[in-house]
Design a protein around this ligand. Structure first.
Ligand SMILES: CC(C)(COP(=O)(O)OP(=O)(O)OC[C@H]1O[C@@H](n2cnc3c(N)ncnc32)[C@H](O)[C@@H]1OP(=O)(O)O)[C@@H](O)C(=O)NCCC(=O)NCCS
Length: 210
């Protein structure tokens, strides 16, 4: 089974359905903490729900659509992270994550995301990694900022979390192994242009309309 030891405390592992009981226990213990930012808590009410999540994630992993990882801190399940979506057409991976409350504040997720970026580049040939965080989720936003992602913009009402609409901040990191180049945008100034571009023609009133 795929696993990586990230330092003396933290390791990540491809999930297996036999971890459903452990995953459900961590989810259940942290229900209130996670509910603030994650929309799926009400759909995970039994061990079987956690098992379905693991089985479904593994099927998508085999199809190359996602990469889920279970995070262990000192041999205890601490949380889940991974590429929720791998868009192989465009070479973009979308990372998501959560930790149990007692595992917050130790740099675990920052280290895991750093490793996911390496995996994305080395095994999936990604040219870009994206993380979307709720605007008010300061702990989540701090992770891409810490890892040098650029803030690319705000998506309004990007997610419904129970009775609330949340805006998302989009963070992106471009990776070095891109095999195609970005063509210049038609509205960017041409660096080689010596003469100014002509002004756009002024629109006149269409005939028959005053
Ligand atoms: C988002 C979430 C994963 C962030 O967890 P976190 O513990 O703050 O993140 P990290 O594990 O990277 O730890 C960073 C913290 O450890 C500290 N830290 C200690 N050693 C560190 C190290 N070597 N490297 C980086 N940070 C370190 C940092 O200072 C920071 O603490 P601070 O915020 O008090 O300054 C967690 O709060 C969570 O699961 N929330 C609920 C679900 C959620 O919001 N998911 C994201 C949806 S977009």
């Amino acid at each position: 089974m795929f696993s990586r030891q990230l330092n003396d405390r933290i390791s990540i592992h491809l999930p297996h359905s036999h971890q459903a009981t452990e995953l459900f226990a961590l989810t259940d213990q942290n229900r209130l903490f996670l509910r603030k930012w994650l929309p799926w808590l009400d759909r995970v009410v039994t061990v079987e729900d956690s098992r379905s999540f693991l089985t479904h994630s593994l099927q998508r992993f085999v199809a190359g659509d996602c990469l889920p990882v279970m995070i262990y801190g000192q041999n205890q399940l601490a949380g889940v992270a991974g590429y929720n979506l791998i868009d192989s057409t465009h070479g973009i991976g979308y990372i998501g994550y959560w930790l149990g409350e007692s595992f917050n504040g130790h740099g675990i997720m920052t280290r895991v995301v750093q490793d996911l970026i390496e995996i994305g580049r080395d095994y999936y040939a990604l040219q870009k990694v994206e993380i979307r965080c709720a605007t008010k989720n300061g702990r989540s936003r701090a992770i891409p900022v810490r890892l040098g992602f650029s803030h690319e913009g705000t998506l309004r009402r990007a997610e419904r979390v129970y009775e609330q609409w949340l805006d998302h901040e989009v963070y992106g990191l471009l990776l070095a192994n891109s095999t195609c180049t970005t063509p210049p945008h038609p509205l960017d100034p041409d660096p080689d242009e010596t003469t100014p571009r002509p002004d756009f023609p002024t629109l006149s009133s269409p005939t028959g309309m005053q």
